[in-house]
Design a protein around this ligand. Structure first.
Ligand code: GLU
Length: 449
């Protein structure tokens, strides 16, 4: 890995000393700081304006208690969060994650990543993230409704269509968005675009459920096309089996590729015949049933199941990790390269460890970071906000065309930024530089506030 600029190294070491337990947040900061180092060398204004100190502290980091009653009338207590990282480019925007791993560290890393991802979309969106340390497995509909109502009771005062616009993420799908929106409306008496990922028919945008996955595959196609190749005929390994993986599988099938793996907390499935639309829909239903296991797929469709293992040992041309942060480490990266994988596209947020990213970059395989590749989800959220403000709905074709254009612009901007700073073909550097410059310049324009 390249050398880190002195100013960046100093800011990073202060961050680490101040809160050594915020490991995931520091991982995200480190990845950014390495790749923007040449920008800092060439443009001393960022140091003069103390941008790195200012960009690594969230504008507001809210933590609140969520109390609710389960079906047995027992009192439950959880920690709720909303980190409003930066609003230099627009209202805070980012998903809500209900997952056992949620804490202030993960919220800060996700909010930080979101700020640069949103900057890459070219839409007026700041960056934020929220969630709760809730284990969603096994909760009934009514329990989820009560949890969402209690969560929104606390969150409501901090958000608004021009302040902060949450959406879904792991553990928060259209059912949860419905309950959250319903409670917001009942507390404020307002029907507005305060949250995205709403159901089509009462404020939601067409194609929002597919957007993250479709955007990832459009980005993959952009990468392969610019290397005189395409997804057609490629064997693709995917991890995860939630909404992101579902959209990826749908689009890969449509473009003539073959997805052979999916994974869950219980292990991974290998289907030599490849997934089809029906198998893909079955997986989404399985996910929505709250079971959190991929094993039933193997039983139903006669595929192989590998308990407790990750899919990266399966030979593939393209790998798309769509599960969760740090799900792909050094040894997985080395195995993928040994098996001749040509292209790795991050569907999840920060699924590769720093060491894995280094291996990919040193091997010079095609590697796209999540903040560029998975920006399609938040982009269509941005389009949902526009439709809500105008009080109309776009047809699906228009949403799809706009999404395609946004992904292609992000691809182009990443390549151009990388080239300008001697990182030709390096999407990690390109995405970080392009995103950083957008946010930093807006902060300078708006003064010390
Ligand atoms: N949770 C998604 C992400 O990580 C979507 C956020 C949004 O639509 O606001 O980008």
């Amino acid at each position: 890995m390249e050398k880190m600029n002195g100013y960046a190294a100093e800011v990073l070491s202060k961050l680490e000393a101040r809160a050594p337990w915020e490991k995931q947040f520091h991982q995200a900061v480190k990845e950014l700081f390495y790749t923007i180092s040449p920008v800092l060398e060439q443009a001393p204004i960022y140091q003069a304006e103390r941008i790195l100190e200012r960009i690594t502290v969230p504008n507001r980091a809210i933590s609140f208690k969520v109390e609710w009653l389960n079906d047995k009338n027992e009192i439950q207590v959880h920690n709720g969060y909303r980190v409003q990282f930066n609003n230099a480019l627009g209202p805070y925007k980012g998903g809500l994650r209900f997952h056992a791993s949620v804490d202030m560290d993960s919220m800060k890393f996700l909010g930080f990543e979101q700020m640069f991802k949103n900057a890459l979309t070219g839409l007026p969106l700041g960056g934020g993230k929220g969630g709760a340390d809730l284990l969603t497995r096994g909760l009934s509909d009514r329990e989820m409704m009560r949890f969402c109502q209690s969560y929104m009771l606390k969150l409501q005062e901090y958000i608004g269509p021009d302040i902060d616009v949450p959406a879904g993420d792991i553990g928060v799908g259209k059912r949860e968005i419905g309950y959250l929106f319903g409670q917001y409306k009942s507390l404020t008496h307002e029907f507005n675009g305060v949250i995205t990922g709403k159901t089509v028919g009462w404020g939601g945008s067409k194609l929002r459920p597919e957007a993250t996955g479709f955007g990832i595959v459009y980005f993959t196609e952009n990468i392969l096309n610019s290397n005189k190749d395409s997804i057609k005929g490629k064997t693709v390994a995917v991890s995860g089996f939630g909404q992101v993986a579902w959209g990826v599988v749908k689009k890969v099938i449509e473009l003539g590729g073959k997805v052979v793996t999916l994974s869950g907390p219980d292990g991974y499935i290998y289907d030599a015949n490849g997934l089809d639309y029906e198998k893909n829909e079955y997986m989404l239903e399985l996910r929505n049933s709250g079971l959190d296991q991929v094993k039933p797929y193997a039983e139903r469709f006669k595929a192989e199941f590998f308990e407790g293992k990750r899919p990266w040992v399966v030979p593939c041309d393209v790998a798309i990790p769509c599960a969760i942060q740090n799900e792909l480490d050094e040894s997985d990266a080395a195995t993928l390269i040994k098996n001749n994988c040509k292209c790795v596209v991050e569907g999840a947020n920060m699924p590769s460890t720093l060491e894995a990213i280094n291996i990919f970059r040193n091997a010079k395989i095609l590697f796209a970071p999540g903040k560029a590749a998975n920006a399609g989800g938040v982009s269509v959220s941005g389009l949902e906000m526009s439709q809500n403000r105008l009080g109309l709905y776009w047809p699906p074709e228009k949403v799809d065309e706009t999404l395609k254009q946004i992904m292609s612009d992000i691809h182009e901007n990443c390549l151009n930024a990388a080239k300008t700073y001697n990182f030709a073909g390096d999407y990690v550097a390109g995405a970080n530089i392009a995103g950083f410059v957008n946010v930093a310049n807006a902060m300078i324009d708006q003064g010390v506030v």
